[in-house]
Design a protein around this ligand. Structure first.
Ligand code: NAP
Length: 280
């Protein structure tokens, strides 16, 4: 499994990890898929207190508590819980459900009504207590990121988790450059468009199919390989099917040529710069 340095943490983390949204719908298959994914090197696990109202964290705990040492485990606090006290309490609940004593990274799920300085103070309290090793944000545009860096200090914001897939490349205009400049990891969520993937008969789908054939791969794997082409980028596809998890892990090994990168870029252009950050 290829790894990139995860922002200022300096940790080498699997470039393709495992999302967990919606996994409560098929818990037993999900447990098999998560374990198969870890076997294949996808040790970067993304979850959140929001998913299944905590049920998904329980499933992740059930699936992987015995393999905790292998994981880079990330969870997220809901914005409405992200007060100074609320963040610490939410983290304690997540740790219990995940059957662990620490998270590798803890994120604010999206911008919160609570003052960001309070959330950051809580994150720092959790770091001091050893309950989290690093903290980051999600769904932050470059302006909000700049504020988080100003409040937290240089080298504190470990990552920004954002919507990024072939047909949603808006973060390439300003968010990725800001993160590269400040050594913040960029984690692509919904990297397969939440299952709404370019159709095989479409022009873009045909480009992906041609490149996939040359690599003995699937178009989904080519899409993932494209998203993690920059240092500091990660993708966290969700797979409830074990065979999808295996495919996603193999995507990390695919090296696209400059010509293939150009073809994908032309077939799925980034589009114009927009204000804010794209969300689902
Ligand atoms: P996604 O990963 O883009 O797409 C998931 C869909 O793709 C599922 O239907 C899955 O099928 C299918 N799939 C996965 N691997 C495949 C493969 N190799 N070949 C064919 N199909 C494949 O969507 P997502 O769940 O929205 O995003 C991924 C993760 O990002 C989430 O699970 C969550 O952890 C995170 N996320 C974060 C935020 C945020 O606000 N921070 C928002 C959304 C998502 P099966 O499940 O049937 O295998």
């Amino acid at each position: 499994m290829r790894k990139h340095t995860f922002g200022p943490t300096g940790q080498q983390v699997a470039v393709v990890g495992q999302g967990t949204w919606d996994l409560e719908r098929s818990a037993s298959a999900a447990i098999a898929a998560l374990r198969r994914g870890v076997d294949a090197g996808m040790t970067h696990i993304d979850t959140a207190e929001m998913y299944g109202d905590g049920r998904v964290e329980e499933i992740v705990g059930e699936a992987l508590a015995d393999r905790r040492d292998e994981l880079f485990l990330v969870s997220k606090v809901l914005p409405q819980n992200a007060s100074r006290r609320g963040t610490v309490q939410a983290c304690d609940r997540s740790l219990r459900r995940l059957r662990t004593d620490h998270l590798d990274c803890y994120l604010l799920h999206w911008p919160s009504p609570h003052p960001l300085e309070d959330t950051i103070a809580a994150f720092e309290e959790l770091v001091a207590a050893g309950k989290i090793h690093a903290w980051g944000v999600s769904n932050f545009d470059e302006e909000k990121l700049a504020r988080a860096v100003a409040l937290g200090g240089a080298g504190k914001v470990a990552c920004n988790q954002v919507l990024y897939h072939l047909r949603e490349r808006a973060i390439e205009h300003a968010v990725i450059p800001f993160c590269a400049e400040h050594e913040i990891a960029v984690v692509a969520y919904s990297p397969l468009g939440q299952g709404d993937f370019p159709k095989s008969g479409s022009a873009g789908g045909q480009v992906l199919a041609g490149i996939a054939k040359a690599h003995g791969a699937t178009p989904y794997q080519i899409a993932l390989a494209f998203l993690v082409r920059f240092p500091g980028l990660f993708a966290i596809p969700k797979a409830a099917k074990p065979e999808h998890a295996e495919d996603n892990a193999r995507a990390a090994e695919i090296e696209l040529t400059p010509d293939e990168l150009r073809k994908i870029d032309a077939a799925f252009p980034p589009g114009p710069r927009r204000s804010g950050v794209p969300t689902l």
